[in-house]
Design a protein around this ligand. Structure first.
Ligand code: GLN
Length: 380
């Protein structure tokens, strides 16, 4: 039978490829971003408690009200931005679904979406699947600064959306006040929407502040913000996230969400709602990860890998020009197979596979895992 692929250019995600290779060669897996330590036992007891209490049927389509209320409070406290839990917050099956649904409800065929490469790998294929046109802007290491004049040149009447991701995966770079000002002036009086993937908002280092688009009323009114509790509470396997948006956008979001997933795991939502009431549970995250980041980067200084800046996220990138001139995809495979450490080649996040000879390591790991990995990397 004949089948016309909707995504002919797309293969299996680099996360799956590298994690499988890590398993196959019994390598230390610093590729896909997930912790190798467990979440809080309190969170697990809360989930069991709610399961035992019989909270096992469908949650409301938009998510459990208590959880939406806690998120509204968090957003108000951290960013002085108001979201109505009734109409402007929806609980999703992870950050990726939130991104998929936000794009699906607003992107029409031929709409243009501006994406900054290196970009998280689901943005471009989702736009393509919807018949939209990806307009990529390439950023370069080490600081991956956005040239806003270049962005302005790309904007035209078909521009429907700009996708942002700060702190950024894979680069660990964060957007500045200056970037936000540029974005406000660029979108002023336009029909351009923003998708702001803020999944690493609490993983931010050296005392920096996360500049959520929700802090800027001119941006908030045109933005979907997506995030996930997997990154927040070390529970990537639970696949629970959320989307925040003003009512005119959220009502469109829910039209798609209800047929895509309908609703999300009930006992987990009850548990997270309780856990979120204790603010320390997320406010302490930056310190927790700062220790890991410092530990890992100090160890890496004794290798021939050169560290790139990391201001947020749980990824440390390194350049390997002093080691080899092979392609990053080749080196990532070779390091996994021959040295027993898996990483992610950053060219996988460029639509043109631009290769700056950079690998991304996830440091959301136990100290002993990071130590063992660097002993192996020092031999390269
Ligand atoms: N966000 C994770 C990462 O960047 C991967 C999630 C996934 O595998 N889809 O590694």
């Amino acid at each position: 039978m004949l089948l016309k692929s909707k995504l002919p250019e797309v293969g299996i995600t680099i996360f799956t490829v590298m994690s499988q290779l890590a398993v196959q060669y019994d390598a230390i897996n610093l590729s896909q971003g997930f912790p190798d330590y467990d979440c809080s036992p309190e969170l697990i007891s809360l989930v069991s408690k709610y399961m035992n209490e019989g909270r096992n049927q469908y949650a409301p389509m938009a998510g459990l009200m208590a959880l939406r209320e806690r998120l509204a409070e968090k957003q108000e406290q951290l960013h002085k931005s108001t979201y109505n839990p009734e109409s402007e917050i929806t609980i999703t099956a992870g950050g990726t679904q939130a991104i998929f649904t936000a794009l699906t409800c607003v992107i029409h065929p031929d709409d243009e979406v501006i994406i900054f490469d290196p970009a998280y790998d689901c943005y471009a294929p989702t736009v393509t699947l919807l018949g939209g046109v990806v307009r990529s802007i390439e950023l370069s290491p080490p600081e991956y600064k956005i040239n806003w004049t270049e962005v302005k040149k790309l904007v035209n009447l078909k521009t429907r959306m700009i996708i942002l991701n700060s702190p950024n995966n894979p680069t660990g770079i964060t957007l500045s006040e200056e970037d936000m000002k540029e974005l406000i002036s660029l979108t002023h009086n336009s029909n351009i929407l923003i998708l702001s993937d803020e999944v690493y908002e609490h993983l931010i280092y050296d005392g920096a502040d996360h500049l959520s688009v929700s802090r800027y009323p001119e941006l908030k009114e045109r933005s979907f913000i997506t995030a996930s509790f997997g990154k927040l509470f070390h529970t990537t396997g639970w696949k629970v996230g959320y989307c925040l948006a003003p009512v005119w956008l959220m009502s469109e979001f829910r039209k798609v969400h209800q047929f895509q997933i309908f609703s999300v795991n009930t006992p987990v939502q009850y548990a997270i709602a309780d856990f979120l009431s204790e603010r320390g549970n997320y406010l302490e995250l930056s310190n927790f990860f700062q220790v890991k980041k410092n530990f890992f980067s100090n160890l890496l200084r004794d290798t021939r890998f050169d560290l790139l800046p990391c201001y947020g996220s749980y990824f440390q990138s390194v350049q390997y020009s002093r080691i080899s001139d092979e392609k990053d995809t080749d080196l990532a495979k070779r390091l996994t197979i021959e040295f027993g450490v898996a990483s992610i080649p950053v060219s996988a996040f460029y639509s043109n596979s631009t290769d700056h000879h950079i690998l991304r390591f996830c440091f959301a790991k136990k100290q002993e895992t990071l130590e063992k990995a660097v002993i192996r990397l020092a031999k390269v």
